[in-house]
Design a protein around this ligand. Sequence first.
Ligand code: ADA
Length: 538
Amino acid sequence: MRTTQVLNGVWEFSFCGAEKPVPPFGTREFTAVPGCFDLMEPHCGKRGYAVVKRKVFAGGLVELFIDGLGIKGEIFWDGAPVGSAPYAYMPESFVFDAGEEKSHELAVVLDNRFCEDFDPFFDFYGYGGIYGDVTLTLLPATHIERVLISTEDYKKGTIRVRTSVSGGFSGEAKMVFDTGFEKTVQVENGRYDGTFSLPDFRLWSVEEPSLHTLDFSIPGDEVIESFGIREFRTEGRRILLNGKPVKLLGFNRHESHPEMGAAMPVQLIASDLRLLKENGFNFIRGSHYPQRAALLELCDKMGILVWEETIGWGVKPPLLHDEKFLARQLEQVERLTLRNFNHPCIVIKAFLNENRCDVEETRHVIRALYDKIRSVDEHALISFASNRYEKDVTTDIVDVVSMNPYPGWYDSTTETINTNGRVKPRLQELSDFLPKDKPFLISEIGAEALLGFRDPLKTYWSEEYQAELLRECFEYVLGHDDCAGVAVWHFADTRSYVCGNQIYGRARGFNNKGILDEYRRPKLAWTAVTELLGKGKK
Ligand code: ADA
């Protein structure tokens, strides 16, 4: 049977700058895991290699899980490489033979230097460190590798269960559901694929996020998966959840905190989600990278819809059309779709925020990523956030057409006061232009506002200006059935560029378009929008 150790805590550490650390890894300091070392003196803001390590008592076959790190990492067990984590924020598992049962050394070489897949131009800070939990699970030699559960018919509670078992195992497996329903099935050459109805099932929804569990076992191994029975589908301009239109109302959210960076404690993640849910919102876009396991678990339990996205921000040719880049993107969407397959909260699966989708050659990239997700998940709603608007040549490929318009902000002329008249006409114009047979989602919209900067003239950067702009946006979205929803840019102010010309638009080095500031203190826009939703409390 499996046993799991949580390896979070105090690890040994060294910052190595440009010099890549090699085994045996010498360390001089300590650091927190999860934690971002480049937010801690004396390494604040530094870029380079670092090593984190600790002792682990284990032996035999193990699965090491790291819930996201940045910007890249390589994993060593007693000085030997056992895997690499090339994509920032991506949760990764590494299965390897840990050898004899004794104390071993686990080391992660981190590299927070910018690279092709994480450009300094990204409008969010690239932190160095381990962002989420680290666990080590002892695995039986023959073990269950994966259990995927999908809803095939939400009305009848019909689900499909697909599993893979290591070593080409053939034999009996048992399924026990939380409802008490049991089923014995045959696994052939490591595979089981069965579709059946679950008696006494409950549906998952935003209002009643009922979850089920499946305990899947073979001789010597057992895993418990949580899942929800629900269907997302589109009908014309609408997104339907279990046959009923659902309007997505919420925010883009960065996993970011001024003192903890991307390694936010679960308590703070939960408090963000509670704030959102209690104030009438139901949606977050996980911009712009894979989300932590705890966030998805919380959203499953709380009934919050999630847009899942792989990393890739504003990518343009030639990189966008480079085959090696595409291969890395395909690997990311495949890994993420498989890993998060059972989360009922995921409404949209996406990639490549604001890519150059106005260029004909980009169609091939979008098509390939779309097909890859589809090959793993035949029911997923697939999209990406576009800023090419009327020039986007890929709207026929995606299931949901998502646009990031910034009326009253980036498209302003000399008009700097009063958004009246800008937001609604632009949204209407876009809506009129876009295909009528697909949902139109506003995947970003917003304006900068500095908390405490109040101005009766509603000047740019004032709380008043932002409040008015977002009020207009929500009035439009709530008043139009042909708009599938909105994710405001963004939930909370987030640390951004620290260099380059872009910093001029980023006072304090932050993207200040948060409806809350970085400590989650509300701006006027929060009150304006929550009042519209009939809530208005914090
Ligand atoms: C883009 C981008 C966001 C953010 C935003 C802004 O649309 O997708 O990450 O940078 O613009 O604030 O300018």
